[in-house]
Design a protein around this ligand. Structure first.
Ligand code: NOJ
Length: 532
C-alpha cells in the first residue's frame, strides 16, 4: 500500500446525519450523535466517513438546500460539535469528507434574497435569471428533477429563475467568476478546519448551455418514470465548460495535502470518464454507480466491471458504490442472501468502495405511511415509487422501540425488524452480515492485492463471477456464485493450490483447497492462490 493514498486503499462510509444517532431527543440525528458512534465505524474498519450536508438550511431537501456554506445547522449542532467530531475522528485515524452542494443554494440564502430583490442587484447575475418567452411562459422547456418546469416566475421582478431541483433550490450561475470565487472560499474554509475532502453534489449539472437551447424529447420515456426523463438533458447538463469548474475545484484541494474530490455523476460510462479531467486534474473519484443499476447477474456484472476497467483513463483510480441516500437499499434489491454476495463484490473489486450506513446490517427499504412521507420528490410526484425516505430511515443500534436511535419521536419510522436487525444483535452473532463486512474490510486491509492490486477477469462457466486480484507475486481469487444451484470452481491451472481465506457462507472454515471447490448457491469466496 506504500504507493497508494488513503482515499485509494481506504473504504468510505456514508452517514446520512439525520438518521445516524440523535443525541438531544428531537428525533433527528446530529453531529454529537455521530461522535458517540465512532466506535462502530472504527470496529467496522472503514477509513473515512462522508457526512451528507450539515450546513444551515431550511431543509426543503434535507440539507441539499444550503443557506450558509460555512456554518452548521443548529439541528445538527454547533461548529464546536463539528470540530470535536473532526478532532476525535482524526485521533482514531478516520478521515472526514463533507458534502458540498455547489449547483444551487437555498432560496433563503442571503445571496438569493439579494439576487431576487431587484434586476439591478449586484447579486442578480449570481443566479440564472431569464425573461419570459414571448407568450409569457418559461424561457425554455427545461424540467426540474423533482417534477414540473425548471423555471419559477418571480412576480416582483418579472423574470424567471432556473432550478434543477425544487423551486426552493435556485441554481447558481457558474459562468459568473464571483460565484466561483465565493464557492472556492467556502471549500477553503472547511479545508483549513481540517476536513479531508468533499463529495460534490450533482457536479455534472453545474454549467448550463449559454444559449439556453430547448432539450430534445426522450423517445424512450415511459409514463411510470420520473417526469424529468421526458427530455434528454442535453443542454442543461454535462456541458463542456463544466470540466473547467471541476478542475478549478481540484486545484483548490491541491493546495492542501491528500484531500479527495469525489463527484456525484450519473452519466454513461464514456462521459463519466471525462470527469477525471485532462491529465487527471479533475475529480479524484467520479462516483461509479453502475452496480446500483446492474441486473443482478454474474455475466452482466462481469461485463460491467470489464468495460469500466477498460474505459478508465491512465492514472484514473476506480471506485464502486452499492447504495446511497437517493437509491433503493441493496438488501431490498438483491435480497438478504444477495446482500452477502454484494458485500464481497464491493469489497474485493479494484477501487475505492463506498458503503452506505445500515447496509452493513442488511437494512431494507422501510415502507413509509403516506402521512409520514418527508421527501419532497415523493410529495411532488407521488405514487411512482420515486420517494427516497425508505432508504433514509434511522440506524437501529439496539433492541427497543426506537432502537437506541433517539429518545424522542424519530423523524422517519424505523425498520420493523429492528428487534433483531440492529447493531447490538448482529454484533453478538458472528455469522451476521455485519461480521462479514467487518471481516471483508479487515481482509482488504491485510492484503494489498485487494486494496491496490490489479484486476484480472477469469472466465468461468455458469452463474459464477470470478476474478483475480494481483500484486507483486501475490494472487487472490474471488469467486461469486450468483446462481441458485451449487457451482464447481476449478483453480487456475498455473496455481499449485490455494487457501480459502473467507466465504460469505457461515460454517465454511478457512482451509487449504485442492484442485477445485464446490460453491454453495449464492456463495462467494476469496482464495489465496499458491504459486504453481
Ligand atoms: C443529489 C443528492 O444526492 C440528492 O439527495 C439531492 O436531492 C439532489 N442532489 C439535489 O441537491
Amino acid at each position: 500500500m506504500a504507493d497508494t493514498l488513503w482515499w485509494q486503499h481506504g473504504v468510505v462510509y456514508q452517514v446520512y446525519p439525520r438518521s445516524f444517532q440523535d443525541s438531544d431527543g428531537d428525533g433527528i440525528g446530529d453531529l454529537e450523535g455521530i461522535r458517540r458512534r465512532l466506535d462502530h465505524l472504527c470496529w467496522l474498519g472503514v477509513d473515512a466517513v462522508w457526512i451528507s450536508p450539515i450546513f444551515p438550511s431550511p431543509m426543503a431537501d434535507f440539507g441539499y438546500d444550503i443557506a450558509d456554506y460555512t456554518g452548521v445547522a443548529p439541528i445538527f449542532g454547533t461548529m464546536e460539535d463539528f470540530d470535536r467530531l473532526l478532532t476525535e475522528a482524526h485521533a482514531r485515524g478516520l478521515r472526514v469528507i463533507l458534502d458540498f452542494v455547489p449547483n444551487h443554494t437555498s432560496d433563503r440564502h442571503p445571496w438569493f434574497l439579494e439576487s431576487r430583490s431587484s434586476r439591478g442587484s449586484a447579486y442578480r447575475d449570481w443566479y440564472i435569471w431569464r425573461d419570459p418567452a414571448p407568450d409569457g411562459g418559461p424561457p425554455n422547456n427545461w424540467l426540474a428533477n423533482f417534477g414540473g418546469s425548471g423555471w419559477e416566475f418571480d412576480e416582483a421582478t418579472g423574470q424567471y429563475y432556473f432550478h434543477s431541483f425544487l423551486k426552493e433550490q435556485p441554481d447558481l450561475n457558474w459562468r459568473n467568476p464571483a460565484v466561483r470565487r465565493a464557492m472556492y472560499d467556502a471549500l477553503r474554509f472547511w479545508l483549513d478546519r481540517g476536513v479531508d475532502g468533499f463529495r460534490v453534489d450533482v457536479i455534472w449539472l453545474l454549467v448550463k448551455d449559454e444559449a439556453f437551447r430547448d432539450n430534445p424529447p426522450n423517445p424512450a420515456w415511459q409514463p411510470h418514470e420520473a417526469s424529468i426523463n421526458r427530455l434528454l438533458q442535453v443542454y442543461s447538463a454535462d456541458r463542456p465548460e463544466t470540466l473547467e469548474v471541476v478542475e478549478e475545484m481540484r486545484a483548490v484541494l491541491d493546495g492542501y495535502e491528500e484531500r479527495v474530490l469525489i463527484g456525484e455523476i450519473y452519466l454513461p460510462l464514456e462521459r463519466l470518464m471525462a470527469y477525471y479531467g485532462r491529465d487527471m486534474k479533475g475529480a479524484h473519484l467520479p462516483f461509479n454507480f453502475q452496480l446500483i443499476f446492474a441486473a443482478w447477474d454474474a455475466r452482466r456484472i462481469a461485463a460491467i466491471v470489464a468495460e469500466y476497467e477498460a474505459a478508465l483513463p491512465a492514472g484514473g483510480w476506480p471506485n464502486w458504490v452499492l447504495g446511497n441516500h437517493d437509491q433503493k437499499r441493496i438488501a431490498s434489491r438483491v435480497g438478504q442472501a444477495g446482500a452477502r454476495l454484494a458485500a464481497m463484490l464491493l469489497l474485493t473489486l479494484r477501487g475505492t468502495p463506498t458503503l452506505y450506513y445500515g447496509d452493513e446490517l442488511g437494512l431494507e427499504n422501510v415502507a413509509i405511511p403516506p402521512d409520514r412521507a418527508q421527501d419532497p420528490w415523493e410529495r411532488n410526484e407521488p405514487g411512482l415509487g420515486l420517494g427516497r425516505d425508505p432508504a433514509r430511515t434511522p440506524m437501529p443500534w439496539e433492541a427497543g422501540e426506537d432502537a437506541g436511535f433517539t429518545t424522542g419521536r424519530p423523524w422517519l419510522p424505523l425498520n420493523e425488524d429492528r428487534a433483531t436487525r440492529n447493531v447490538a444483535a448482529l454484533s453478538a452473532d458472528p455469522d451476521s452480515l455485519l461480521h462479514l463486512y467487518h471481516r471483508l474490510i479487515a481482509l482488504r486491509r491485510q492484503h494489498p492485492a485487494l486494496s491496490a492490486g490489479d484486476y484480472v477477469g477469469v472466465e468461468v462457466e455458469g452463474e459464477v463471477l470470478a476474478f483475480e486480484r494481483r500484486v507483486g507475486g501475490a494472487r487472490l481469487l474471488v469467486a461469486l456464485n450468483f446462481g441458485g444451484a451449487p457451482a464447481r470452481l476449478a483453480l487456475p491451472e498455473d496455481a499449485a493450490g490455494a487457501d480459502l481465506l473467507l466465504s460469505t457462507h457461515p460454517g465454511r472454515e478457512a482451509a487449504p483447497v485442492p484442485a477445485e471447490l464446490q460453491l454453495g448457491p449464492g456463495e462467494g469466496v476469496v482464495l489465496a492462490l499458491h504459486p504453481g
